[in-house]
Design a protein around this ligand. Structure first.
Ligand code: ADP
Ligand code: ZN
Ligand code: ZN
Length: 722
């Protein structure tokens, strides 16, 4: 499955007529599949007699340009993933099908004012006159798409082109590209912003690749810097690609971009319909949308004139795809910038340690925006020691008192707890039985409103048991707290304050998150309770107190990235609060108030905490001081995954020599999930090259192992979860 396949050109076409980057329809077994041409006119790897012709070529011009094809090749090599799957990952769904591009064409056309059958320019052109008449019959004042115009008959496109050439018909875009507006006010950049813009995209000087870290807290004016950089890119006739986290692509952000630029902006995100997605993708690929804003997979969008890539909140976990092709969009953005001679900006208040490491080594430029725009003061952070304290649903008396004070003063409070549901555990008070997921061996979360137990790992859901199945005692007790319980307790405690909960459970419906955020801003709800969802992208200027209910989750985790994540999370949460005159306060509940990470973070801020964690990583030989790849295996039986990985380790060991460590196999941090046992083997090397050489030669051997037949296995290069 890691190969490319050879075909003859479809009947009637010469190999030279098939553009590289075009789609072809081929027969594989009994199925018709769409493939992407990655080479044409070359010698086949199999005997000519066994070659079969492709059925059809779908594109007369490449759908994927050479540069994007190079990116796809690189991703396939680097992630050791079948190139066909990488290519299909890069294409919007509709284009992966055996469908003609013209079906659902994105352009629409309308008559220019004064155009009509009587216009002198068509006096001697009966076909053009007829098409104008057709326009009038369809409704002269409106724009019409290809479907309607095709009713004119064969050759309508050629005739349309002639009318376009004479200016009698105007081409427009269908609605997937919101109308360009522009006209918004551009604030004058403050000194640090101007400096950053100048460093990243100098007004003079030639365009070439360079990567920059733009570090600045929420509200420090990073987006303004992006906007100025895009302005420069457009002035230079280049396209700009803006990558944002899943949750960061809000309508407000798009509005902000549209107010500044009177050019088409293509937005690519998971909320799009298939047709809209294809439309946005194609306009970008044809260079018609100078600005593309998208989530992770937008990094694969062909952009012939690419000059600038912005990765906003570059530390965000959503840039890493966690299934199939496990790529990191930020890392591919860097590669792409280098290959296409574009500037790359990585923006964050809490840069990833990899990015900081590159910046310190001088490989990336490093620009800082230290003060908040408008000179707002940074929030004050405080630790609340909860050892030996009585807690009410996880809330200390100190925190509750502070919440009460803020509410009494008419201010907004945000309480953060990264656990949804009512309680993470349901326990029998008679015998100690705990409701566990039978498929994952983990406790099931109690959801009070739904009166159910849910497994957060495999989504299994069961009714709430009225009595303990072991001893029969009624009413098992919820233990610990989730956001749902917090909401309930707070509503009882502060009956006059509205409580709004924002987590995955309350925002499942499309548009629900936007509605809730709107409600936050309207001030209707003085008390906000939320998970991780609230730490990203949103700014709540009326919030003056943020409470972090449980910082210890991140301190105890076995994940080597836990400390980095905790530091980022605390800073990001803190960044939600406060406004210009009124700095926010952040109270962090912990049972480890002397933990060096917390102390350093509070006393000296994120850069110092990052330094501390980098020290830990160096001492333990973890990234960015080493390079990792993780082999994962899973199977219904307990023995098979470990057996396969042990065999894999045996096979790889001779190739690993002394340059690559093979660590494991060991059971995965969650040894069983959705009824399947999981194990992993970690590959670690001081430098990238030997690791990739090993994978290059070694992986193909693994499929041949007899143990491979009994497991599902996958490779994760640069894994973020171990
Ligand atoms: P970030 O992206 O770092 O969160 P933004 O660029 O969104 O920051 O800026 C935060 C707020 O400050 C926005 O309302 C923005 O319009 C405003 N702002 C940013 N830079 C300036 C400036 N130079 N002058 C006036 N207002 C600014
Ligand atoms: Zn019991
Ligand atoms: Zn489960």
């Amino acid at each position: 499955m890691r190969a490319v396949f050879d075909y003859l050109p479809p009947p009637g076409l010469a190999a030279t007529e098939i553009p590289v980057g075009a789609r072809v329809v081929v027969r594989v077994g009994r199925r018709r599949l769409v493939g992407l041409v990655c080479e044409a006119g070359v010698d086949a790897c199999i005997e000519p007699a066994r070659l079969r012709p492709a059925l059809a070529c779908l594109d007369s011009v490449p759908l994927i340009d050479a540069q994007t094809l190079a990116l796809i090749r690189f991703a396939a090599d680097y992630y050791h993933h079948p190139i066909g799957e990488v290519a299909m990952n890069a294409l919007p769904g509709l284009l992966r099908e055996d469908a003609d591009l013209a079906a659902g064409e994105i352009a629409v056309w309308r008559l220019a004012s004064g155009a009509g059958t009587a216009h002198p320019a068509v006096a001697r052109a009966p076909r053009q006159r007829a098409l104008l008449a057709h326009f009038e019959a369809l409704g002269g004042g409106q724009a019409h798409g290809a479907d309607a115009l095709a009713g004119f008959g064969d050759g309508w496109r050629a005739t349309l082109r002639q009318l376009l050439g004479k200016g009698l018909v105007l081409a427009e875009r269908r609605s997937c590209l919101a109308p360009a507006r522009g006209g918004g006010v551009w604030p004058t950049p403050h000194a640090a912003q101007a400096e950053a813009v100048e460093a990243i995209w100098p007004a003079s000087g030639e365009m070439s690749f360079a990567a920059h870290l733009l570090e600045g807290v929420t509200g420090s004016g990073k987006t303004e810097v992006y906007l100025r950089l895009i302005e420069r890119a457009l002035a230079a006739g280049r396209q700009a690609l803006v990558l944002v986290p899943e949750i960061g692509l809000t309508p407000q952000l798009l509005v902000r971009f549209r107010e500044r630029f009177a050019v088409p902006i293509a937005a690519l995100h998971s909320g799009l319909g298939d047709g809209e997605r294809r439309c946005a993708w194609l306009t970008a690929a044809r260079g018609e949308a100078p600005i593309v804003i998208g989530t992770r997979s937008a990094v694969f969008t062909p952009m012939p004139g690419l000059g600038l890539i912005v990765v906003d909140e570059e530390h965000d976990a959503s840039f890493k795809q966690q299934e199939n092709l496990r790529y990191h969009a930020r890392d591919l953005a860097i590669w792409r910038g280098r290959a296409q001679g574009a500037r790359v900006v990585l923006g964050s208040a809490t840069p990833s340690l990899e990015t900081l490491h590159h910046a310190r080594a001088g490989r990336y430029g490093h620009q800082r925006l230290l003060t908040r725009a408008g000179a707002a003061k940074p929030p004050r952070l405080r630790l609340l020691d909860i050892r030996h304290k009585r807690l009410d649903a996880g809330l200390s008396a100190q925190l509750l008192a502070a919440v009460g004070e803020r509410l009494a003063a008419g201010e907004q409070v945000l309480l953060f707890l990264n656990r949804r549901g009512f309680a993470p555990v349901l326990i029998c008070q008679g015998c100690g039985w705990v409701a566990r997921c039978p498929r994952c061996d983990t406790p099931m979360t109690y959801h009070a409103q739904a009166r159910s137990l849910r497994c957060h790992h495999c989504d299994r859901e069961t009714r709430l048991p009225e009595a303990c199945p072991e001893c029969g005692q009624v009413d098992p007790m919820p233990l610990g707290q989730g956001t749902e319980r917090l909401e309930t307790v707070l509503a009882a405690r502060f009956p006059d304050a509205g409580v709004l909960r924002i987590d995955r459970d309350t925002t499942r419906r499309r548009g629900a998150l936007a509605e809730r955020l709107e409600a936050v801003h309207s001030g209707e709800y003085p008390l906000l309770v939320g998970t991780q969802m609230l730490t990203k992208g949103h700014h709540f200027p009326s919030v003056t107190l943020v409470g972090v209910i449980d910082a210890d989750q991140g301190l105890y985790s076995v994940d080597y990235r836990a400390h980095e994540r905790l530091a980022q999370l605390l800073v990001q949460v803190a960044g939600r609060a406060g406004r210009e005159q009124q700095p926010g306060e952040v109270m962090i509940q912990t049972g480890q108030p002397e933990h060096p990470l917390l102390i350093t973070l509070l006393r000296d801020g994120y850069p110092a905490a990052a330094e501390l964690i980098l020290g830990e990583r160096r001492a333990t030989g973890m990234p960015p001081y080493s390079h990792l790849a993780l082999l994962r295996a899973e199977a219904p039986g307990e023995a098979a995954p470990v057996a396969f990985l042990a065999a894999a380790a045996m096979a790889l060991r001779p190739l690993a020599a002394r340059t690559v460590d093979l660590l494991g196999p060991v059971p995965a941090p969650m040894p069983r999930r959705a009824g399947r046992y999981r194990a992993q083997l970690l590959l670690r090397a001081g430098t990238r090259a030997p690791l990739h050489r090993l994978l290059q030669t070694g992986l193909s051997q693994l499929d041949a192992l007899p143990e491979a037949r009994r497991v599902r296995w996958s490779l994760d290069v640069d894994p973020v979860d171990l």
